[in-house]
Design a binder for this molecule. Structure first.
Ligand code: ADP
Ligand code: MG
Ligand code: ZN
Length: 432
């Protein structure tokens, strides 16, 4: 009751330094604290991590967090350590000795570890880890399981990870008493959500969804022409001096071409893609976080888990692979809530390029046709001239949206802005 409420707010303030809960954080936290299985859908940057980190701090015992990427895990671990919250990570690169130290701590009388991050592969592969889980469970110290980036369970998602589909064993192994599970994702297409809930055996979980509308993002689209990218970046530089943005490209080679093009025009740009070595990647990332250059030319390998609040623009130099991908990538703009610009440079030819890449990729027929279908949806989004872009984006996630809100907002999409102007022109001639 009231006591619990007070404890939530005091921990929020003292441990995390925040005054208010955002979105549906508090409801999610209460649900999982009451022992319900909980499924959380919130857009990227909304603050999903707090939904399990705060309960982990309040409760006795260890919270186990399954997360797909080492970089995401390292990032979270660093943040937790800064906040003085006991946190360790079991990833493939850890030495046997370092792993042993973690196991020993987990088996100690009163483990200082509140959050234990693991990759799904670790759970599938390590008998040792599972026996440590059993020991913790028997002693009443297994507080909860967290499945972060839960869309990785579904093969319809863009980040399918086979070992995620084995995670339902956590429910089967640790049932008396049951260990609550909380699953979180920013990917909310109804098909993927259903798939993930079925797969994790969480059909009875409480479902929390917060709106996917991003009021401060202006979505725009123009045809891709020779000088359009340079013109736009120059305009952004004037509009947001000292701030930076992302230009998404389709391939590593395209990143380099675009970088050269921008550099020639006197703009500063760096590339970022999966082909960079670790040192270079870290230094580009750092420079970007510190606004050391105007633009980062990146493939979609860039972005996941990187939390930069003041990205003022995201430009797609080539087509995104899906509507969902487009939403995620543009979602990296304006995390601080300030107006930000999302531009698609569209050419139909790019969709042919993208389709060729998919057709040449080696995968099953089913997955290939799913990817091709995703491209068709992106083309439909681009060719559209009459439906509000915000509406198209959020309705893709099953949300209902009234385009009047876009039309009346400070950052209407290009479609709504055009319609607003037309309306005003009509009014000028309206003599009655
Ligand atoms: P998500 O996982 O939903 O993409 P994160 O959990 O990484 O988002 O949180 C994004 C950012 O929001 C982080 O910098 C986090 O510290 C911040 N944040 C989370 N909750 C709050 C809050 N209640 N008040 C202010 N900032 C918050
Ligand atoms: Mg997250
Ligand atoms: Zn609109």
């Amino acid at each position: 009751g009231a006591e619990m409420n007070e404890e939530l707010y005091s921990t929020l303030k003292s441990k995390f330094g925040f005054n208010q809960f955002r979105h549906r954080q508090k409801q999610c936290i209460l649900s999982t604290l009451m022992g319900h299985d909980t499924f959380v859908l919130m857009p990227t940057g909304a603050g999903k991590s707090l939904c399990y980190q705060l309960p982990a701090v309040i409760l006795t015992g260890v919270t186990v967090v399954v997360s797909p990427l080492r970089s995401l895990i390292e990032d979270q671990k660093m943040k937790m350590k800064e906040l003085g919250i006991g946190c360790e990570a079991l990833t493939a690169d850890l030495s046997t000795g370092a792993q042993e130290d973690i196991y020993t701590e987990l088996c100690s009388e009163n483990p200082s570890i509140k959050l234990l991050y693991v990759t799904p592969e670790k759970i599938s592969a390590s008998g040792r880890l599972n026996s440590v889980f059993y020991t913790l469970h028997r002693r009443g110290l297994l507080a909860r399981f967290v499945i972060d980036e839960a869309h990785c369970v579904s093969q319809w998602g863009h980040d399918f990870r086979p070992d995620y589909t084995k995670l339902h064993t956590l429910r089967e192994k640790f049932h008396t008493p049951p260990v609550p599970i909380i699953a979180l994702t920013a990917t909310a297409t109804p098909k993927i959500v259903t798939d993930a809930r079925d797969n994790l055996k969480m059909q009875n979980s409480k479902l929390f969804i917060s709106s996917f509308v991003r009021d401060n993002l202006k979505y725009d689209l123009i045809p891709k022409a020779a000088k359009s990218l340079i013109n736009v970046v120059e305009k952004m530089k004037q509009l947001y001096p000292g701030k930076s943005g992302i230009v998404y490209c389709l391939s590593r080679k395209e990143c380099e071409t675009v970088q050269m093009m921008l550099t020639k025009a006197g703009l500063s740009a760096e590339v970022y893609h999966a082909g960079l070595n670790d040192n270079l990647r870290v230094s580009v990332q750092k420079g970007w976080l510190a606004n050391k250059f105007d633009v980062i030319c990146a493939t979609i390998a860039f972005g996941m888990g990187i939390d930069k609040p003041d990205v003022r623009f995201v430009i797609h130099y080539s087509l995104p692979k899906s509507i969902e991908g487009y939403y995620q990538e543009t979602g990296r703009a304006g995390r601080d809530g300030m107006p930000s610009y999302c531009l698609m440079l569209y050419s139909y030819h790019d969709s042919i390029r993208l389709r060729r890449m998919i057709e040449e990729g080696n995968t099953t027929t089913g997955v290939r046709s799913m990817h091709l279908n995703n491209v068709l949806q992106v083309v439909a989004y681009c060719e559209n001239v009459s439906v509000c872009r915000r509406k198209m984006l959020v309705e893709h996630f099953g949300e209902v949206y009234d385009e009047q809100s876009c039309r009346n907002s400070k950052t209407p999409c290009d479609v709504c802005e055009r319609q607003r102007k037309n309306q005003e022109a009509i009014r000028l001639f309206d003599v009655t």
